[in-house]
Design a protein around this ligand. Structure first.
Ligand SMILES: [Zn+2]
Length: 580
């Protein structure tokens, strides 16, 4: 009888342990990534076994399923406001934004279980894991990454709308992005990690790392990450057997030519979180290494990040607060950056010798990396960027309520906004769009604008009760200024939010306007002179009757003031406003 009971107990323990193994661990060759239903049901089972984990669902994604967030809290506090009051840190980890790069999904499942099972949750850091972000792509399973070494099957990069979600954080065309913003602005992490798989060159490392580009990052955060946090992560990863290198983006054809630090502008997850003064990293496990090694390396990176966040929890809290204060008081903001090719550091790099041989496909020369010839070399690391455009913040921006998407995004991001109590005419600075280039093909569902030139004009503009006023004394100033200034590389203007102001609404009939134009020129000698001067400079104008009529029309009071006028006003001086 006793023996029977013991056997039953052993069976129970065995099945319990087995039930906690992930689909990746249960697969014989460890070349398997969990499917979406497996991920969710596995976490749900785990959630029933431990009190220190809670599963939340946020929003709804483009494919109609909610975004699942796994939260681990040592003292079982799951109220974000209370966590802030307790002065604890929050680390947010995102997985499967590119579901074909699924290491983070499987590694997070194992790590969440191990932290719970071994009772190893950090005391002062609450951990939030997005189980899988691009659910749509995860469900669209196949083998769409031809160059990648496993797993056997995995999700597709595009979501249900065929969007690359890692370009969607400013335009927010996907419901996934809106749900992410809800999570970010509810839990307000100090540290963020986005797990990926690299492509490109072959080299010896299993794991590569992107950190928020230091010249784009808030200087207070950059000082801490570049001098303390990142070196510590590199050191710990080397110790755990997965020595890392900065993400390998070759300057020319191969890493020997030097590598360039990756500039993640605000359209990327870590570019967007950087606007919120959040310390951000991207792991890029190397696609040519076996899948299990990539998963274990991602696991180790996350464990090391958690450990250092716990060790530095006070310091991280301090630098975040200081960065927030600094941004509140910052006056000038960079809107775009370019690589400073003249400056570089050097790093030790463990690569494979690159060589060329005739291609069996084309007969022409082809590149290959010879794994039998590993090398350790000092290479150039181009990791300096300089701002190419900057803008001074106004006292406040005034946003007409008609631009609902801007208002909705600002609300979701917890930007502090006020509304005008009455219809009010304000004296402020408006931008006229002088020139801009538009991409000839769509990118991420948009025809992006760039090279925007502005003519700022101070003028009186009527706004209406309910229009929004956004003061620029906020920790979110970077997000506010970089999205609202039209010259920003990822501004709302660049992403076509304001395209309706680029079209003229009224025109004239030439034969009717002829007489009125003649009258206008008679009454207005300045306009006459302006036309004559322009004709002298511009022979095309001088030889075209239609162009001259158009010139008079555009310089007349009849011409619409809102044509090419960027609708967000810049209040430059302290103005007393009657606000709701
Ligand atoms: Zn990726």
């Amino acid at each position: 009888m006793k023996r029977c009971l013991l056997a039953l107990l052993i069976c129970f323990v065995f099945f319990q342990a087995k039930a906690q193994l992930t689909p990746f661990e249960l697969s014989k060759d460890k070349n398997y990534t969990a499917t979406y239903p497996e991920i969710i049901s596995w976490y749900q089972k785990l959630g029933k076994q431990y009190g220190q984990v809670k599963i939340f669902n946020y929003g709804i994604t483009d494919i109609g399923k909610p975004l699942t967030l796994i939260v681990l809290s040592k003292d079982k506090v799951f109220d974000p406001a209370l966590i802030k009051k307790q002065n604890k840190r929050v680390l947010l980890i995102n997985n499967g934004i590119h579901p074909g790069e699924p290491e983070g999904i499987d590694a997070s499942m194992m790590l969440v279980r191990d932290l719970l099972k071994k009772n190893k949750l950090p005391k002062n850091v609450v951990l939030c894991f997005i189980a899988v972000y691009n659910i749509d792509g995860c469900l669209n399973r196949g083998v769409s990454r031809i160059n990648q070494n496993g797993p056997r099957a995995y999700g597709f990069r595009g979501n249900y709308k065929n969007l690359d979600l890692n370009r969607d954080f400013i335009k927010a065309d996907s419901k996934n992005a809106l749900a992410f913003m809800q999570i970010l602005n509810t839990w307000q992490p100090e540290v963020f990690l986005d797990n990926h798989t690299s492509d490109g060159a072959d080299y010896q490392y299993v794991m590569t790392l992107i950190e928020t580009q230091k010249d784009k990052q808030n200087p207070i955060l950059a000082e801490y990450t570049s001098k303390t946090l990142s070196p510590e992560l590199y050191k710990r990863m080397a110790k755990s057997g997965y020595e890392m290198t900065p993400y390998v983006e070759e300057k020319n054809a191969t890493p020997d030519s030097g590598i360039v630090s990756f500039l993640e502008t605000p359209r990327f997850a870590t570019g967007y979180t950087a606007q919120h003064n959040i310390i951000s990293y991207i792991t890029e496990a190397h696609m040519l290494k076996p899948f299990d090694k990539r998963v274990y390396a991602t696991y180790d990176f996350m464990q090391n990040l958690i450990d250092v966040c716990q060790r530095d929890e006070k310091l991280i809290g301090e630098v975040k607060s200081k960065a927030d204060v600094q941004v509140k008081n910052q006056n000038t903001f960079a809107l775009n950056w370019e690589l400073d090719e003249g400056k570089y550091d050097t790093i030790t790099f463990k690569g494979y010798t690159a060589a060329y041989k005739p291609s069996e496909v084309s007969g022409l020369s082809r590149l290959y990396y010879d794994r039998s010839k590993p090398y350790t070399k000092t290479i150039k690391y181009f990791d300096n960027y300089k701002a190419t455009i900057t803008a001074d913040k106004p006292m406040a921006y005034v946003i007409p309520q008609a631009w609902q998407k801007v208002i909705a995004l600002f609300q979701l991001n917890k930007v502090v906004m006020h509304q005008l109590a009455h219809d009010t005419t304000l004296e402020l600075q408006m931008y006229y769009i002088g020139d801009y280039k538009t991409a000839t093909r769509p990118y991420g569902g948009h025809y992006l604008h760039s090279n925007t030139k502005l003519n700022p004009i101070e003028m009186k503009v009527k706004f209406y009760a309910g229009d929004y006023v956004v003061y620029t004394n906020q920790a979110l100033n970077r997000y506010i200024v970089e999205t609202l200034e039209p010259q920003g590389v990822d501004s709302f203007f660049a992403w076509n939010f304001f395209d309706s102001v680029l079209g003229q609404k009224e025109y004239f009939s030439a034969y009717v306007f002829e007489d009125a134009a003649a009258e206008l020129l008679k009454k207005d000698p300045d306009l006459r002179k302006k036309l004559d001067d322009e004709k002298a400079k511009n022979p095309q104008l001088a030889s075209s009757a239609a162009a001259q009529l158009n010139f008079v029309y555009r310089n007349s009071p009849y011409f619409e003031k809102t044509y090419l006028r960027y609708p967000v006003g810049r209040l430059l001086t302290q103005t007393k406003l009657d606000l709701k």
